[in-house]
Design a protein around this ligand. Structure first.
Ligand SMILES: NC(=O)c1ccc[n+]([C@@H]2O[C@H](COP(=O)([O-])OP(=O)(O)OC[C@H]3O[C@@H](n4cnc5c(N)ncnc54)[C@H](OP(=O)(O)O)[C@@H]3O)[C@@H](O)[C@H]2O)c1
Length: 395
């Protein structure tokens, strides 16, 4: 990652009417965080449309410090956020202005020309960036180029938030696999279903609304075959606004009920089944895309292989919604990067635990997570944890 750095040429700061940050001892202006936060809001409008690209938003201020344009990356392969913003206003408005972006601008020709060239052409004098782009084609080169053109660049004021926001992209670039989150509804005594398999509903409406928002924040949502059979979920975003993620059913046998809610709605929502490469699939499931992978001697597909394949389907982040078989399988492979628990004030007693098929190799080897957030949702509590070694800045 690129360290924050500033242009040492005082004349450039004078030309912008800004104080020299080195002598004054600060690198950011008061409103920078407000505009960078707005960039993330704008960027989230690209959810469901930009993968495998990152979500990016941009805000442009005139030399007088007035917001004159905004933009976001709308669709994979289309114009980048900063160019959307800069081309939506006349050059006299961008000349001498400040551009805010939640990710370092690109400096190479891909589907579109380098954004760094467009920034120079627009006469921008200062660029404020949340975080550098880990893509080896960029990774600091965009920032270096801008500084070489005499543009002031500030970076890093909300870098952690911006990296988490684009965790699917960062994880894909740095670890070549999809980010894997889990969402589990639990009773106080840690059960996700009773012993007959009943689990609808453990948590209340507000927690379920939050769960639907989580769905919309991921490219894919995954469940095991038994959850499809027992719960018959639709796995769509209904209780809030947002795009439907791609639905993914993990089933070595490839045998999900042809009359299930998922199988009946494949023309409306993209659906993938991850199956054993040798499985025979019912012709009534022909609308479902198949990801065929080899099984081991226990009839299981290696979860790591699944996460390495999913980016090829445009799925950079996947939310696992159970059940215990799938969760334990991913936990055994130490692939649950993030876990969100909705705890309801009820006791189930005998029942299913989410990780009941997971056994750490030793007490010392048990996986450790950091608490990321906790929120009350109606009478339930939602806590989110991140696996300790899965942040990006120290990579
Ligand atoms: N409270 C909650 O948040 C919540 C959420 C979801 C589900 N649930 C509850 O959880 C229960 C279902 O959980 P469950 O543990 O019985 O089943 P499950 O995890 O939903 O499904 C297990 C099946 O998934 C497939 N599978 C799992 N790992 C695999 C791998 N590595 N490779 C290939 N296939 C794999 C296998 O399908 P095949 O046999 O077809 O090969 C396996 O039999 C239900 O009672 C449901 O109500 C609760």
């Amino acid at each position: 990652m690129v360290e924050d750095d500033v242009c040492a040429d005082q004349s450039v700061w004078d030309a912008c009417g800004l104080p020299d940050p080195i002598n004054r001892g600060f690198l950011f202006l008061d409103d920078d965080l407000i505009h960078l936060t707005r960039c993330l809001e704008l960027a989230s409008k690209g959810r469901g449309h930009v993968s495998p690209n990152p979500r990016v938003g941009a805000v442009l201020l005139s030399s007088a410090g007035v917001v004159v344009a905004e933009g976001y990356h709308r669709c994979y392969g289309e114009v980048h956020a900063e160019v959307v913003a800069m081309t939506s206003c006349t050059r006299d408005k961008s000349q001498g202005g400040t551009l805010f972006i939640n990710l370092e601008p690109c400096c190479y020709t891909g589907h579109t020309p380098p954004c760094t060239d467009a920034i120079v052409s627009a006469g921008i004098k200062r660029v404020v960036i949340s975080t550098s782009d880990p893509n080896p084609k960029v990774n600091g080169k965009g920032i270096k180029f801008l500084r070489e053109q005499g543009i002031l660049v500030s970076i890093g004021t909300n870098s952690k938030e911006a990296e988490y926001f684009n965790r699917g992209y960062f994880n894909y670039i740095l670890r070549q696999r999809s980010w894997c989150a889990a969402k589990i509804a639990l009773s106080i005594d840690g059960k996700m279903a009773n012993k007959s398999g009943l689990s609808k509903w453990i948590t209340g409406n507000e927690a379920r609304r939050a769960a639907h928002a989580m769905r919309a924040d991921h490219d894919g949502i995954m469940v095991g075959r038994k959850t499809v059979q027992l719960d018959n979920p639709e796995l769509t975003v209904r209780m809030t606004d947002g795009p439907n993620p791609v639905r993914i059913v993990l089933t070595a046998t490839g045998k999900i009920p042809t009359n299930s809610a998922i199988a009946s709605t494949t023309s409306m929502v993209r659906t993938i089944m991850v199956v054993d490469e040798k499985s025979v699939i019912d012709k009534d499931l022909s609308n479902i895309e198949l990801l065929r992978l080899p099984c081991n001697e226990h009839g299981e597909i290696d979860p790591r292989l699944i996460l390495q394949e999913l980016p090829g389907y445009g799925v950079l982040s996947v939310l696992i919604e159970g059940g215990a078989g799938v969760l334990s399988s991913f936990m055994n492979a130490d692939l649950l990067d993030e876990i969100s628990i909705g705890t309801a004030p009820t006791i189930i007693g005998e029942g299913i635990s989410p990780m009941e098929h997971f056994a750490p190799t030793s007490w010392a080897q048990r996986p450790k997570y950091s608490l990321k957030s906790y929120n009350k949702a109606g009478s339930d509590l939602i806590t989110t944890y991140i696996r300790e070694d899965r942040t990006f800045s120290q990579d």
